[in-house]
Design a protein around this ligand. Structure first.
Ligand SMILES: [Zn+2]
Length: 275
C-alpha cells in the first residue's frame, strides 16, 4: 500500500489540519507524532527506505527500540500537511538501542523530524509503559486560552485541574487524572523532555507555561478531543475572568464527588480541596 493511502496516515493528516483550523499552529508551531502499529508498518513496507542515515535522537528511549513513528517535520507548517504531506511529515524508524533514528519516508525536500522529538519519544515511552501499549499519539499545540491562563493562575497542577474541571461538566470525565504544569523552560531540549515525561507518568495532559500543551492518547480522535476539551474549558475560564474576577456560583467539590459516582470515574481527592 502507498503510505498516503494508509488509514493511519490519513487520520494523522486530518488531525494536523483540524489543529491548524483551530488556530493552534501559527507558522511552524506545534508537533504531532504517532507510534505506528506493527501491521500498519508492514502494510506500507514497499515505500519505506532503508538507506536513510542514522542520526542521534538526543536521548535514549530503549523501550521504543525498533518502533516506527509518523512525525511532523521541524520547521514545517501544520497548514501544509494536507496539501503537501511528503514535504511536511515523515515515517522514522528507531534503532535497536532506541538512541538513533532514520527517515524511511517523507520530508522529500530535506529536513528532520520535529525539534521536540526527544520530548515526544520520552512521552511515548512513559505512556506506552503506563497504558500497557494503548497510547500511541503525542500532540503538542499552541492553545491560545491555556497559554493566556499561565500568566494569571499559579502554575500548580491542583489549581489548573480544579479551575478547568469547574468550567465544563464534561471535564472531570474527560481528564479525571487531572493536568500537570511545568514552569517556563527552553523548548526542544532534554530538560523539558524529562520534566514533561515525569508529569506524563500521572497525567495525559501537560501544560507548558507561556508556550502550550502536550496531550497523550490512544488514537487521533481521543487525543485531539482531549486537547480540544481542555482548551475549550480554558476559553470559558478566560471569558469568565474577563466578566468578573470571582464566581457567583460553580460546580462544588461535593458536586464532583457525586459526578464521579454516576460516571464511574475516580477523581483524586487532592483536586477536591475546599476553597
Ligand atoms: Zn511549541
Amino acid at each position: 500500500m502507498r503510505v498516503l493511502e494508509a488509514k493511519f496516515v490519513q487520520g494523522f493528516m486530518r488531525m494536523a489540519d483540524d489543529g491548524w483550523n483551530q488556530g493552534w499552529h501559527e507558522r511552524n508551531g506545534g508537533n504531532l507524532t504517532y507510534r505506528i502499529k506493527k501491521e500498519e508498518a508492514e502494510s506500507i513496507r514497499e515505500e519505506l527506505s532503508e538507506d536513510g542515515e542514522w542520526k542521534e535522537i538526543g536521548t535514549a528511549v530503549p523501550a521504543l527500540a525498533g518502533e516506527y513513528f509518523l512525525v511532523t517535520g521541524s520547521g514545517k507548517y501544520f497548514r501544509n500537511v494536507m496539501s503537501d504531506p511528503e514535504d511536511s511529515i515523515a515515517v522514522i524508524e528507531l534503532d535497536d538501542k532506541g538512541e538513533n533514528y532514520r527517515i524511511c519516508w517523507g520530508l522529500v525536500n530535506g529536513g528532520r523530524p520535529t525539534s521536540e522529538l526527544p520530548s515526544h519519544l520520552m512521552n511515548h515511552e512513559v505512556k506506552m509503559q503506563a497504558t500497557g501499549g494503548k497510547h500511541r499519539v503525542i500532540y503538542h499545540a499552541h492553545t491560545t486560552n491555556v497559554i493566556a491562563l499561565t500568566f494569571v493562575l499559579p502554575l500548580k497542577d491542583e489549581v489548573f485541574t480544579r479551575e478547568l474541571w469547574e468550567m465544563a461538566t464534561e471535564c472531570p470525565v474527560v481528564f479525571p487524572d487531572g493536568i500537570g504544569v511545568v514552569g517556563w523552560m527552553v523548548p526542544g531540549g532534554r530538560e523539558i523532555a524529562v520534566a514533561t515525561s515525569e508529569l506524563m507518568k500521572k497525567y495525559d495532559v501537560a501544560v507548558w507555561a507561556h508556550h502550550g500543551m502536550f496531550c497523550s492518547g490512544e488514537d487521533f480522535d481521543l487525543t485531539f478531543g482531549l486537547m480540544h476539551t481542555v482548551e475549550k474549558s480554558a476559553e470559558i475560564l478566560v471569558k469568565m475572568l474577563s466578566m468578573r474576577p470571582d464566581k457567583l456560583q460553580t460546580i462544588t467539590a461535593e458536586n464532583f464527588r457525586d459526578l464521579a459516582v454516576d460516571f464511574k470515574v475516580e477523581l483524586p481527592e487532592r483536586f477536591l480541596f475546599e476553597k
